[in-house]
Design a protein around this ligand. Structure first.
Ligand code: ARG
Length: 465
């Protein structure tokens, strides 16, 4: 047992209590952030004359050495310490002696861990964002390639109206655009430095909190020390943003699983992203898509878990908050893994354009356009709806498409039908005439694609620094 306290205790901590309380097994993950925060803190202490220049220099050097040795594997973070903060401080004292004992001047583990978590999440926001952006780049390429790939658009999972693959994928582009927006928002809101808040009530040392904040690339210091040590809003926001990303991925996965079935055959998942069955030799299963869909629950669980942990917690720091870490690390690893896998799967997937187009043609997806045609000839929409409904029924009986009826047959339903009906309900017309902003017609899509390209060239808040 190696801990930073004990002066006021007369008994050893029970081993089970020690184990239950310790966090080293998971907070070792942010040794980098912990050391970076300590270096900034010590530089500030020296600048303020709270430590001598020499002490400051010695400590900073010691900390840099620890960082190097952990990175190179020379120094192992072992479970005998209570947490990562104790580990770093103990090694420092061991290496540089008395000066090391001054590292924790004007600081508490409460503001220290709040800082570590913020630094860690800031890095993770950036990494997650890069993965979402990569996925969007693949989407953008697929959209450019499929401006004229016709497919059925669905409502209620019933064929509704024809769209293009570019348009369908564009819906996901919008979802992920919002996801990136959320990641950027979180960064902007959380980017204030808690260090210097002490245990809860600040300190009596003349700290320069603005200086520490600047050294650590924050916009500035936080404004309330009690809030600073007990705020986990940004963790909750991150988990909510990750949950939304996972929700989007799982919807996309569900579609891919459906499209990959024998019944649809819209896509073929690459062999590298499929798995086989141990008993059925013919099987090629979409396991990756299913796993991504399945792992969504885990990330939602993390969000619910932390919301529940934080519920009803009185100010300021409470040990309950230590529970934020494992679930956040897991949610991040899960979401990042899913993003990377999904992107690879999408990038290598084959779209069967002919099957998609044939499917769009055989489900009466042009019925609305046939009704609109009649409206164009002066028939009130409600009557047109009825006429086309009867036409569809006739086609179902004949087992044919609207496009296959003869002009005589059309005219037996309404005399206003003319030769131009065929062109009016052709797949091409149905799609390409829909050119209001946001619609699937290629000319409308091109406006959006140009905007998307510009967007992908833009920057997130952390890149604008
Ligand atoms: N391991 C703790 C956490 O993750 C660090 C802060 C401990 N502070 C304390 N007063 N025990 O929240």
């Amino acid at each position: 047992m190696a801990q930073l306290w004990g002066g006021r205790f007369t008994k050893e901590t029970d081993q089970l209590v020690y184990n239950f309380n310790a966090s080293i097994d998971f907070d070792r993950k942010f040794y980098r952030q912990d050391i970076r925060g300590s270096i900034a803190h010590v530089k500030m202490l020296a600048k303020q004359g709270i430590l001598t220049e020499e002490e400051g220099r010695q400590i900073v050097q010691g900390l840099e050495g620890i960082l190097q040795d952990v990175e190179s594997g020379k120094l192992e973070i072992t479970s005998e310490y209570e947490d990562i903060h104790s580990f770093v401080e103990a090694v420092l004292i061991d290496r540089i002696g008395d000066a090391g004992k001054k590292l924790h001047t004007g600081r508490s583990r409460n503001d220290q861990v709040a800082l570590d978590m913020k630094l860690y999440i800031r890095d993770e926001l950036e990494e997650t964002d890069a993965l979402v952006k990569k996925l969007m780049t693949v989407l953008e390429r697929l959209m450019e390639d499929n401006l004229h790939t016709y497919m059925p658009g669905f409502t209620h999972l019933q064929k509704a109206q024809p769209v293009t693959l570019a348009h369908h994928l564009g819906a996901y582009f919008e979802m992920f655009r919002r996801d990136r927006g959320r990641l950027g928002d979180i960064y902007e809101r959380m980017n204030y430095c808690p260090l210097g808040s002490g245990a809860l009530a600040g300190t009596t040392y003349p700290l320069d909190r603005a200086y520490t904040a600047e050294l650590l690339d924050f916009y500035g210091p936080t404004d309330n020390s009690m809030d600073s040590v007990s705020d986990r809003d940004y963790v909750i926001e991150l988990l909510a943003a990750l949950s939304t990303i996972m929700m989007h991925l799982s919807r996309f996965c569900e579609e891919i699983i459906t499209w990959n079935t024998n019944e649809y055959r819209f896509v073929e998942i690459d062999d590298a992203y499929s798995t086989g069955s141990s008993i059925m030799p013919q099987k090629k299963n979409p396991d990756i898509a299913e796993l991504v869909r399945g792992k969504t629950g885990r990330v939602y669980g993390a969000l619910m878990s932390l919301l529940t942990t934080m519920k009803g917690l009185p100010l300021a720091y409470n040990k309950d908050m230590q529970e934020d870490k494992e679930l956040t690390f897991d949610a991040l690893d899960t979401a990042k893994g899913c993003l990377a896998l999904f992107t690879g799967m999408l990038d290598t997937m084959k779209f069967r354009r002919d099957v998609m187009e044939a499917s769009a043609k055989n489900g009466f997806t042009n019925a609305t356009d046939a009704a609109d045609y009649l409206v164009g000839k002066g028939v009130p929409f409600r009557d047109a709806h009825g006429i086309v409904g009867r036409l569809v029924l006739a086609c179902i009986e004949k087992n044919c498409a609207l496009d296959d009826l003869s002009l005589e047959e059309y005219r037996s339903f309404s005399p206003v039908f003319d030769e131009d009906i065929y062109e009016a309900i052709s797949m091409k017309t149905c799609v390409e005439k829909r050119i209001t902003r946001g619609a699937p017609g290629a000319s409308a899509m091109e406006t959006v694609l140009a905007k998307n390209r510009e967007y992908l060239a833009g920057q997130q808040p952390w890149e604008r620094k």
